[in-house]
Write a protein that binds this ligand. Sequence first.
Ligand code: C5P
Length: 411
Amino acid sequence: MSTPDDTLAALRGRRVVLCVTGGISAYKAVEVCRRLVDAGAHVAPVLTDDAQRFVGAVTFSALASEPARTSLFDAAEPIPHTRLGQQADLIVVAPATAKVIGKYAHGISDDLVSATLLATRAPVLVAPAMHTEMWEHPAVVDNLATLRARGVHVIDPEEGRLAGGDIGAGRLAAPERIVEAAARVVARDGDLTGLRVVVTAGGTREPIDPVRYIGNRSSGKMGFAIANAAAARGADVVVVATVRRPAHPRVRVEPVDTAEQMAAATLAAAATADAVVMAAAVADFRPKAAADTKIKKADGVPEIVLEPTPDILALLGERKRADQYLVGFAAETDDVRANAASKLSAKRVDLMVGNDVRSGDSGFEVDTNRAVLLDAHGGVDEPGLVTKVALADLILDRVRDARRPHEGAHA
Ligand code: C5P
């Protein structure tokens, strides 16, 4: 187990640009700044004009590693945003208002904070804070989904007291949580560089006739979370998917519909992959023969004969190279751990992620998951209810850790 101090060690000596935007919780960014400095980071603060209505730049200048910047034009240096962006190891936006999230998602750069966000290739951690109505507004939800798909890290706000005495979701995450998240982002930055990762996503559709199919409720959210996180961490990623979702620029999407098509695309891509993650919900059976024309109701109840589909994961397990890491999912409605354990050995995978698809906050369609991670060495990890994005990173940590001893052997 790592101690909190180990957790923050990744920040030591790193250049962090702390962007503060104009929300009532801007005062908590002072604490974020102090904690980042205490962890050994070199902190360069940048404040928007609105942020300075809530908290003074002088406070940040006193606590940070260099004076706070507030303008694209007033500093001694002519183009502060490019220097800040290029030299950063991490950019943290705390608090992030709906305004800066919207500007960032749409590529608008009209002040030093938004220009710095566009002028960087460093990882970015955004800590939103706003009223519940704004946090739940479809525009904000969509903008954050866009940013997440591009690999931007988001630390969700908490429920609690908001400005003006209101209570609800939207309160800035606690400063210590923001700093811990920052350390995790830095520790994972580029740690999958050079790896080729294949992910499958979504539920397959097995045609009954040209308009009907046998399908399932898989949304592809888990698969895309893994694909996007892997790309954000430096991997080259192929996602074989039955659904369309926002994808990181380094993710190549191979669209498929049926289990047969998914098998062909996945087995081909897996031949050169370092890791394969079968997050898709693949149909186990398909109609033996799909009708060429729409089956007519007037012809009575049809008899549909089913046949098994290829078990892609089992085939991958049979063909697995010694240096390849294979992850399977087990969507279960009961006995999650026992069912996942039996699939772990039957399909010869390195990691089986059993998830409960019956409770409302876990499994199909939702943004969170409650999973048990079983590895081939008997290791069991139950992270509890977490976002699919967070679970994706935990799964990818296993991919990375499996890779490291192998690399060491060649060193
Ligand atoms: O046995 P079960 O279908 O529950 O196993 C689930 C795992 O196997 C998932 O990772 C799923 O993607 C994979 N699978 C597959 N091909 C099938 C059925 C499931 O690859 N035909």
